[in-house]
Every structure is written in structure tokens, then in C-alpha cells.
Design a protein around this ligand. Sequence first.
Ligand code: SF4
Ligand code: SF4
Length: 383
Amino acid sequence: MLKIHYSLESDLQSGITDIAAPDELSVQVRNLVLKTAKRKQVKAGEIIAEHPSKFGGAYHAAGSGTVSNVDYHHLTIKCDGNDDKVEPVDVSALAPGRELLRTLQELGMDIAALSAPAEVLVVNGLNPEPGITVAEQLLKDEKETLEAGLALARKLIMPNRVVLAQAEGAAFSLFGAHIERIKPKYPNSLDALVVRKVTGKEFPEGVKVLSVMALYDLGRVALTGLPVTDTVMTIEGKNYRVPLGTTIRHLLASLGMEVRSGDTVVLGGSFRGEAVYSLDEGVKKGDYGLFAIGSDAFPPVQDATCINCGECVLNCPGRIMPNLISRYAEYERFEMAEKYGLNSCFECGLCAFSCTARRPLLQYIRFAKAQLKASRQSETSKA
Ligand code: SF4
Ligand code: SF4
């Protein structure tokens, strides 16, 4: 019988290994604002796209080369292997305020958590999902960079209290941070549950959360003045630094991993990750894991009919009804999904993981949220 593994503990045997730069980068640009064009030459670190939202960070080329193709979904860069890169920005010279925030955004940081003061800053140091060990690897190996990120975050958020949330049994520290220990069992690593454990309240005011991964990126930007153009990912129990836009095909070949026809490759973790539809997809910001599932490991996920067994409701830490909400999403009745608590879902994926009928519950929920967001943005732009 298949044993479901919920533990968030790490067994870190080695450091972070660099994946060699690929010959070609594939960047997902759907819904982004393009800042380059086909046949243009780009330097490493040059902005190629911006996020349309007020807080989203810019996207940069991870290597120098020529933009060889652009379509609605992807931008492809043929890398030339040269060391042609952008000049660093002196982030430390900027005082807290709009200019610093705008500079961080231009360097690729999402500034939502940094753009207003808060009483408490929580650094989420738990590994995000079972089998993903990035957070503890960074806490173990990259303390100096994390502390540089924390100094910059303090400058902007001005918290009275900083808390490092980490797994029971772990012994990491960050300068000036109080320690809160949390049982290392999924979904305890999700921000909403970490905040509840630290403050004793659900969705309290005056609390900001940064993951260790976000703090690491902030620290690198603070120390180098250059945009972050890679991500750290756990693959088969080890951690790798992967240039953004590296195709899954290149990654698998570099690591000698074989994927057979019918297998599923997932970017992210086992509960919240998303299956890639092509091995030519590139690694994105925020991808912290990759794994392959053999075609015979699980029954396939399908748009089957809900049998009302109630398993998903029993497993939902958001105390909502994923069966009902997913049905409303499936039939595009998004307002009804919202009425029944869509926005209380923090996308842990436990409902989909436990669904007897193997319905894609998390995908339906994400679909409903995305559709509501898009329709509200379009209403605002018309007003
Ligand atoms: S993903 Fe599913 S189980 Fe998790 S909070 Fe949302 S509805 Fe509940
Ligand atoms: S677990 Fe799946 S089949 Fe059971 S009630 Fe939930 S959605 Fe329906």
C-alpha cells in the first residue's frame, strides 16, 4: 500500500550544486508586458518582461544572447556563452521609500510584503512541502545572504518583532530573530498556518511573511546589486541552482534522469506543484522542486464525477468544502465558488491529493481564482 509522506524534515547531505548554463532559455511570458523583441540582443540580467501588477517583480535574461522567438506564451533566447551582463545597482545607497521599492521591483523582487510597515515580520523557514528541502538548505548554507536580506526587509517593513519559524528539532538562527518551532508536518509550512502558530490568530493585521527563499533572493540583490536570475530547486533529494528559463529537457539531461512516455513531470512539490505539458517548458521564478511520476504510480487525475465521499472536506485545513467549490468552478459559476469560501483556500492541495475520484480540485480552485481576478481587472480598466 502506498504510504503518504507528510513529513517536512530534511536530511541534508550536501550543498547546492550549480546546473550548467543551457544553450537556450525558454521564459513563460503569458500575461507579462514584454520589454524586448525578436532578434534583439540581450545581456545577462537585462529586463525582458515586466509583471502587470503593482507589486510584481521584473523578469530578466539569465544569460546573454539573442531573442530567437516570441509568441503569446514563450520567449526563447539563444545563448551565446559570453559574459555580457548588466551593471550592478548600489542598493545600499538608497533610503527606504519609493525609489528603493521601485529598484527592487526592477531587480525582480515581488515587493507586496515589503511595501508597507508592519508590527511583526515572520520568516517562514520550514521546508515548503514534503520532499523539498530548499528552505533548510538555505538556512544551513546561506546565513550571511539571508541576514543581508533580513536587514533590507527590516529597513522597509520596520517591524518591532522578527520571528524565524522553523521545524521542531532544527537549530537555525538569524540575527535578532526570535525562534518559533513548528511541528514539521505538511501543511504546517503554509504561510497562513505559520502565522496562526506564531501569533495565535487567523489572518491578523500588522503581520508580514517572507519565505526563506524570498529572503535569500532579497539578500543576493542587496549584496550584488544584480537581479536574481536563478532559483534553487530540490530534485531527487538534492538541491540545485538552476538558471531561470532552463528547459526541463536540459535539466533532466544534466542530471541523467529518464522520463518515459506517459510519465508526468511536476514543477514544484507533490501537493502544490503543477504538471508541465512539455519538456521544453522553462523553469520559472518560485519553482522550488521537480519530480517525475511514473505512469503506473497513481491512477490518473481526471474530470470524473464527484461521488460525495467527503474525503476532501475532512482533509481541508481551510474548513471549506472543496467538493462544492470545485463543482461551481467546473461549471464556471465563479461567484458561487466565491460565496462558498473560495478565498479561504490557501492552496495546500490536500483535497486533490485525497480525492477518491481523482478530481483536479486544486486546479479548479486556481482556475476560479484566476478567472475572477481577470474579470475584475478588466472591469477596473474599463471604469
Ligand atoms: S487546497 Fe483544498 S484542502 Fe487546501 S485549503 Fe484549499 S480547498 Fe482546502
Ligand atoms: S474527495 Fe473527491 S469524490 Fe470525494 S467528495 Fe471530495 S471531490 Fe467528491
